[in-house]
Design a protein around this ligand. Structure first.
Ligand code: FBP
Length: 700
């Protein structure tokens, strides 16, 4: 008997259905790997050359000029296709090359295709060209940990998400010693060029390495990667050179698709507010794209909060003949009230559910938090500089960190010149919930950036929202509207006259579609009082069951489910847009290298237009750099592009905010962006923000 079970299990395990179910390679994967992204027309030629243009101008930072003399004079280069070139150019283009490539920072969908595009272009120019992948990010460069990238390896990862092939890391080549070690690695491997695929910080790194390795004849090219979408390049006249970094479209589509599922859930079960924190370390590009893709009821855009003015406070100050500086700029409390406003409006239309999108980096735009982050960044950086131990190992517990801050506050009392952390800071900080204090004191990343993904922004905000909704409930402002039809039906069924009870219970009884109980009715007791006052009940009468039932339905209970959309989306397999974009970026990298460029960032112009208009280019990195405070020091970096609140995408979003809030009778206006696939004609061609902004490019 036992034998028979074993053999029948063996038969089952051998069955084609089981084999298919447990195989690592399924049809979707095979189809993805087989997809051949189309290439820009210039790449159909045997050769490409670079046309340097001075059409694009940049205001150059003096410090960039001083620190990056070898590459500061670079200009924009346009890749042009040529079927024939002179012998010298041909020899240079096809000479044997060793190229190293490294991923830096968080994964972004499409990275493998940058490698594939570069590999294919390099092998086409000369089959003896070799490509090396540095392992686990820039540390691999410093420590010479590399693998040779073969055709088998490339084929295994074509069109696939993640940076799995060679992994990634957040180390930074930011000291003389690390730069020297990197040069040594490049020399040992006999590299002609190094390609750095990364975000703003990593492209900054690329510029410094290009500067340092200039005399070695080793070229360095950057590639704009980050799901945050904050590498966007325009010249001084506002000409768009790089509209978006790769990975943004996929991450936004993945988030939007999941959030669309939550929109379905919320509007089916009608009992939850789904609160979705969406990645984006600082800028809210992802949240804006998600809003356009899925139309959630409330979306906060960090950049939109900066110029916020609390008109009510201002008015009160005017009346009192005083000045209220707290009326300018957004505070956490103000923001929670804006969210409450939307929730209360929806409730009055009978909707006790919805979807709220909060960008991960929203706290960057909240004055009070921003001040804390800046001060704590400086405190941590100062401590690390002046002590032998790192701040976080010296004070591993929140308690010990707070003690240290307390000592600083005491110091400010004794020494008036010490202003970094005073007793007011301490009082305000002590008012914050413990998990938020902990979040603000978490370890900064290797670039000295505050790690917003590590703190529960949505929890902080929603805590305040909960508290304020309770206040509004007590004030009789936050109520669920009762549909006129339901009220009538329920009362008539109980043999009661709706026209007698209605005016006593509701402040808007009559023609409204949703009736709202009077502000004075905030409990069963106050309901009874109103009915008595209207002469509908004697003091000993019981409130009719039907009326009580209706009343209970007017009391909202605010229930939330929190979600974080980040790591899942940035690990998603790329959209068709990102597959094509990145493959062509890889080919652009090779064109830049084969034509001798260094200190340039590979990019594709006209991404916002049809594919036929895409134009591969090289953008000079050095002229884009400026001074910014990092780890408490002014440092030369590439500027992050924030959401332009005057852009067309933002205007379109704002014009639809009220509609998508849907605080009216009738259905919500949710949109279904659909799943990601790389070859479907159905999939949108590019990010909506890109398409919208192309309608009217921003003014310089
Ligand atoms: P990059 O800027 O390196 O592309 O990373 C972006 C990002 O995904 C942010 O959206 C997020 O805040 C952060 O990385 C998360 O960092 P970590 O991977 O260290 O948790």
């Amino acid at each position: 008997m036992a034998e028979q079970t074993t053999s029948s299990l063996q038969d089952i395990l051998n069955s084609p259905i089981v084999k298919k179910a447990v195989a690592d390679v399924n049809r979707e994967l095979a189809e993805r790997r087989a997809f051949q992204p189309p290439t820009c027309s210039v790449f159909s030629h045997m050769y490409t050359i670079l046309e340097t243009t001075d059409h694009y101008r940049f205001t150059v930072d003096k410090e960039a000029e001083r620190q990056l003399p070898n590459i500061i004079g670079n200009s924009v280069q346009i890749v042009r296709g040529r079927s024939n070139v002179g012998e010298e150019v041909s020899a240079c283009y096809t000479r044997r090359r060793n190229i190293g490539i490294v991923f830096s920072g968080g994964p972004a969908p499409g990275g493998h295709n940058v490698i594939a595009g570069l590999f294919d272009a390099a092998k086409r120019a000369n089959p003896e060209n070799r490509l090396f992948g540095f392992l686990v990010g820039p540390e691999g460069v410093v420590e010479n940990e590399a693998v040779e990238i073969t055709r088998e390896l490339v084929d295994a990862y074509r069109n696939l998400g993640g940076f799995t092939m060679i992994k990634t890391g957040r180390a930074k080549i930011d000291s003389k010693q690390k730069i020297e070690l990197s040069r040594k690695t490049c020399r040992e491997l006999g590299l002609d060029a190094l390609v750095i695929v990364g975000g703003d910080d990593s492209n900054t790194n690329a510029a410094f390495l290009a500067q340092e390795m200039f005399t070695d004849g080793i070229q360095v090219i950057g590639v704009p990667k980050t799901i945050d979408g904050d590498i966007q390049v325009r010249d001084d006249q506002g000409h768009v050179l790089c509209a978006v970094s790769f990975g943004f479209h996929t991450a936004a589509r993945a988030f939007a698709n999941s959030i669309a599922g939550l929109c379905n859930d919320a509007s089916s079960d009608i009992k939850y507010y789904h609160v979705c924190k969406v990645m984006g370390r600082v800028a809210s590009h992802l949240a804006l794209e998600v809003a356009l893709q899925a139309h959630p009821n409330i979306t906060i855009i960090g950049e939109d909060l900066v110029d916020y003015v609390d008109e009510e406070r201002l008015e009160k100050a005017r009346r009192d003949n005083t000045t209220d500086y707290t009326a300018f700029g957004m505070t956490l409390r103000h923001l929670s009230r804006l969210i409450c406003d939307g929730i209360v409006k929806r409730a009055s239309a009978g909707k006790n559910y919805g979807v709220i999108v909060i960008p991960e980096g929203v706290l960057e735009f909240i004055n009070e938090v921003e001040v804390f982050i800046m001060k704590l960044n400086t405190i941590i950086a100062d401590y690390n500089r002046t002590h032998d131990r790192d701040f976080h190992s010296a004070f591993p517990l929140l308690e010990t960190k707070l003690e240290y801050l307390h000592r600083l506050a005491q110091r400010s009392r004794e020494d008036s010149s010490f202003k970094l952390w005073n007793t007011r800071d301490e009082d305000l900080f002590n008012d914050l919930p413990e998990f938020f204090q902990e979040g603000l004191l978490t370890e900064r990343d290797s670039h000295g950036n505050f790690q917003f993904s590590q703190i529960h922004t949505e929890r902080v905000l929603m805590g305040l929202v909960h508290d304020y909704l309770n206040i509004l409930k007590e004030k009789g402002v936050y109520k669920l509207g009762i549909s006129a039809r339901y009220f009538q039906k329920t009362l008539e069924k109980a043999g009661l006259d709706p026209d007698r009870i209605g005016p006593a219970m509701f402040s808007n009884y009559g023609n409204a579609e949703y009736f709202l109980t009077k502000p004075s009715i905030i409990s069963a007791k106050t309901l009874r009082q109103e009915l008595e006052r209207a002469g509908l009940l004697e003091s000993n009468d019981k409130v009719p069951d039907a009326v009580e039932k209706i009343y209970k339905k007017t009391v909202p209970s605010f229930k939330t489910q929190e979600h974080f959309y980040g790591y899942d989306g940035r690990g998603n397999d790329p959209t068709r847009f990102d597959c094509i974009y990145t493959y062509n970026l890889g080919m652009t990298v090779f064109s830049l290298l084969a034509n001798g460029s260094t200190g340039q960032m590979a990019a594709i112009r006209n991404l916002e237009h049809d594919f036929e208009q895409w134009e591969p280019i090289g953008i000079p990195i050095a002229p884009l750099m400026h001074l910014e405070e990092r780890k408490g020091k002014l440092t030369l970096v590439l500027e992050k592009a924030l959401v332009d609140t005057h852009s067309v995408a933002m205007q379109v979003f704002k014009a639809h905010q009220e509609k998508w809030l849907a605080a009216t009778s009738g259905e919500d206006h949710f949109r279904r962006p659909g799943p990601i696939c790389c070859d479907a004609a159905l999939e949108e061609e590019r990010p909506l923000t890109l398409e919208l902004n192309a309608l009217a490019p921003p003014k310089p």
